[in-house]
Design a protein around this ligand. Sequence first.
Ligand code: FMN
Length: 371
Amino acid sequence: MFRTALCELLAIEYPIVQSGMGGVAGPELVAEVCRAGGLGILAGLNVPPDDLRKMIRGVRGLTDRPFGVNLWLHKALRPPIDPATVTEETLRGVQAMLDRFRERLGIPKTATRPGRAPDLVDAGVAVILEERPPVFSTALGALEPRLAEECRRRGIKVMAMVSTVEDARTAAADGADVIVAQGGEAGGHRSVDGKPASPEAATVGLMALLPQVVDAVRVPVVAAGGIADGRGLVAALALGASGVLLGTRFVATRESMASEVYKKRVLESESGATTVTDVLTGLWARALANTFTREYTESGAPVLPPLVQRGAATDVYLAALKQGDPEYSPMMAGQSVGLIRDLPGAGEVVESVIREARAVLEALPRRVRLA
Ligand SMILES: Cc1cc2nc3c(=O)[nH]c(=O)nc-3n(C[C@H](O)[C@H](O)[C@H](O)COP(=O)(O)O)c2cc1C
């Protein structure tokens, strides 16, 4: 037994949540985490509604344990920003920069405007409301009270990820059942709506952010960012969290859908290897620095609006992926990369985090003497 308020609320055995990471968390990863007693979350980002439904049913075919489905609610996706709003000059600057990378990868240069991304969020929400997974995990955007209410009526618990105390208060007031406090160490995008002028406001470290979020809301709080083992779980519990959410740790697991070169980079990287940048997607995200992020940033080339940037660079990312080249595709990862050196099954991650946490808790009274 290793139970907290989060376990009671979500009917899970252990207070460990696997992030619904876009492009990484499919049914196999989710089911394996659930089998081991954690909460697996399916990635819904950029997934068309019929596929999302299939993936949800796929999880149900593999496990009867509770699981979640993740969606971004960001306003840049609802509807997606129209690339027609970009000036010719900006477009030229971006394409000239990307052409450098295209040339090296041996793919055609282009000066054309990227197409508008498909509008998928509302359709994804509709699938979730129909399919009723036990948990709806939201990120990068405001949870409307009406949506929270619809989830409540259907017995779906809402877990909202935020990176500021103010957003935690708002999400709790708007009906979130669980708040995920995302510290600045976290891999992937900063969980904020819009795009702050600099990432500073949304990259407060977990040690400072977590206790403030715990004080600000009455619902259980889950800690995210920089946690990859049992020591991190105990530290988060000491700061008032009811559980932890791990992203980067689960990228490097056998069931993760990340490419082999990406997993290899995670295993080889130290914590200083990550950077917070907007050149990959147009929104602030923590990723492993590579030739793409370094040269783009140093060049001073313009960056397109949120997610239009990703659309423009998609041919570069796909070519790099196909060629097994880690230098020209996004590899989202947090500062916990320095703690990750093996490629276990996802269930083993849950089991080892709990085993280590128990050992830490047992050893603490010997290490700390209270007078
Ligand atoms: C590869 C990757 C993809 C991610 N994709 C998503 C996503 O689609 N939705 C989401 O809510 N969070 C996503 N995140 C962020 C995580 O939810 C979480 O904040 C973060 O992984 C926690 O920090 P850690 O990586 O140090 O464990 C992603 C993180 C990574 C590393």
